[in-house]
Design a protein around this ligand. Structure first.
Ligand SMILES: [Zn+2]
Length: 252
């Protein structure tokens, strides 16, 4: 039982909104922390950041060099949208029912395909190839999934449930909570927004890492745990309902 639990429990550290303009103070602190505990996070890079809010943060003109230094440490580089500009309102028509604005959901297939292609090419022009993607504000529709597949990106770091699973010809690693929470069982990813941190959040995160170090896994370890089992779909659907209700309650 103990082995079963430890083999099926894991948390991927997903850090969002990595771009030239960001809170570099907290990124530097986190890098020290990850190195100290030999943690290999997944970083969501915005290929062509045009988000006005994010552009207010300090710019690092050696950004792409820094990305290469992370890659050399075997950190997983992922693509987070294309320009992170929300130009559509989902009105809860998005696949995971987060609601709110979107960069992708609701746009025509050809538009979404082109943006994902441009993002991939932008990263490739800097010598960075990627295997995975997650959309700004968790908002996708079936065209996003098709556009990812056709661009040969087969892994999405979002979704519900307790295990990585297959759907729309892609593999999804669940991302459940907006806070750092370690479940006693199952495999999921965090979402970490350094730009909105304060000193207290950093200290809480340090404690969280110390306590949960053994359960924090890297991308390659977790992607192997993907399950096609139909029974996990029931868990996924129940969790989707639960979390949608919690979010509604929270924002009311
Ligand atoms: Zn984002």
């Amino acid at each position: 039982m103990k082995n079963f639990l430890s083999n099926n429990t894991g948390l991927l550290i997903r850090v969002d909104d990595i771009a030239e303009n960001m809170n570099w103070k907290f990124m530097d602190q986190c890098e020290l922390l990850f190195d100290k505990f030999n943690i290999k996070p997944l970083l969501g890079i915005i290929p062509e950041n045009k988000d006005k809010e994010l552009l207010k943060f300090p710019k690092n003109s050696n950004f792409w060099k820094r990305v290469h230094s992370w890659k050399e440490k075997n950190w997983e580089i992922s693509m987070h949208g294309f320009n992170h500009v929300y130009d559509n309102e989902t009105k809860f028509s998005d696949f995971f029912k987060y609601g709110g604005p979107s960069e992708f959901c609701g746009h025509e297939y050809s538009h979404q395909y082109k943006k994902i292609k441009m993002g991939k090419e932008r990263l490739l022009s800097e010598g960075i190839s990627i295997k995975s993607f997650f959309a700004p504000n968790h908002t996708y529709d079936s065209n996003t999934f098709k556009a990812l597949f056709e661009n040969d990106i087969k892994i999405v770091i979002d979704g519900y449930g307790l295990f990585p699973y297959k759907d729309h010809n892609l593999t999804f690693i669940p991302q459940l909570f907006y806070k750092e929470i370690m479940l006693p069982f199952g495999i999921q990813s965090t979402q970490i927004h350094l730009n909105y941190w304060d000193e207290n959040h950093l200290q809480r995160f340090k404690k969280f890492i110390e306590i949960n170090r053994n359960k924090i896994k890297n991308f390659d370890e977790l992607i192997k745990k993907s399950s096609d089992n139909k029974s996990t779909k029931i868990i996924r659907d129940l969790m989707k309902l639960t979390l949608i209700n919690i979010r509604k309650f929270k924002y009311r």
